[in-house]
Design a protein around this ligand. Structure first.
Ligand code: ZN
Length: 144
C-alpha cells in the first residue's frame, strides 16, 4: 500500500498524538479501529483516555467493518486553504459507523460520487487514501 502514496502531499496532514496514534497506525494498515471501553463496552469517538459513560481508563481498539451511513454533510464550494482549490466542490460528511451502537460519528469526505448525489442515510464504506508513507486518510464511498 505504501508505494501508492504520492511523493509529496500539499494539504494539511493529521498530527497523531498519544490518544490518536493507534487510530492512524490502523489506517496505515487499511484497518478502521475505534476505541471501545472494556469495562462497559461503549464505543467512543473521538479517541480519548477515559470512558464518558463509566469513567473507566480501560479500553481496546476494536476493528470495525468500515461501513456506515451518511448522518449529515456539506458541499464545500470555497476553501481558505489553497491546496484544496483543485478539488472543489467536495463533500465533508459525518458518517455513523455500523456496529458502534451509533456512538461513532466520524467526520470525513465522501468520494467517488458527484457531490450533489450524496444523501443523508446513504450507505457508505471506508476507502483509504494513502497520502504519505505514514498517513492514510479514512474517506468513504457509496456502496451498492
Ligand atoms: Zn465505559
Amino acid at each position: 500500500m505504501k508505494d501508492r502514496a504520492p511523493a509529496s502531499y500539499a494539504k494539511p496532514l493529521p498530527v497523531p498524538d498519544p490518544d490518536t496514534q493507534p487510530f492512524w497506525d490502523a489506517c496505515a494498515r487499511h484497518e478502521l479501529r475505534v476505541q471501545r471501553c472494556t469495562s462497559c463496552a461503549s464505543f467512543r469517538w473521538p479517541p480519548g483516555p477515559l470512558c464518558s459513560h463509566c469513567r473507566s481508563w480501560d479500553f481496546e481498539w476494536a476493528k470495525v467493518d468500515g461501513t456506515g451511513k451518511v448522518y449529515s454533510y456539506v458541499i464545500v464550494h470555497y476553501s481558505v486553504v489553497p491546496a484544496f482549490a483543485t478539488e472543489m466542490p467536495y463533500v465533508v460528511a459525518q458518517v455513523t459507523l455500523d456496529g458502534t451502537q451509533e456512538a461513532v460519528r466520524m467526520t470525513t469526505n465522501i468520494v467517488e460520487i458527484p457531490p450533489d448525489e450524496v444523501t443523508v442515510g446513504m450507505p457508505v464504506a471506508v476507502a483509504f487514501e494513502d497520502v504519505t508513507p505514514e498517513i492514510s486518510l479514512a474517506k468513504f464511498r457509496p456502496t451498492g
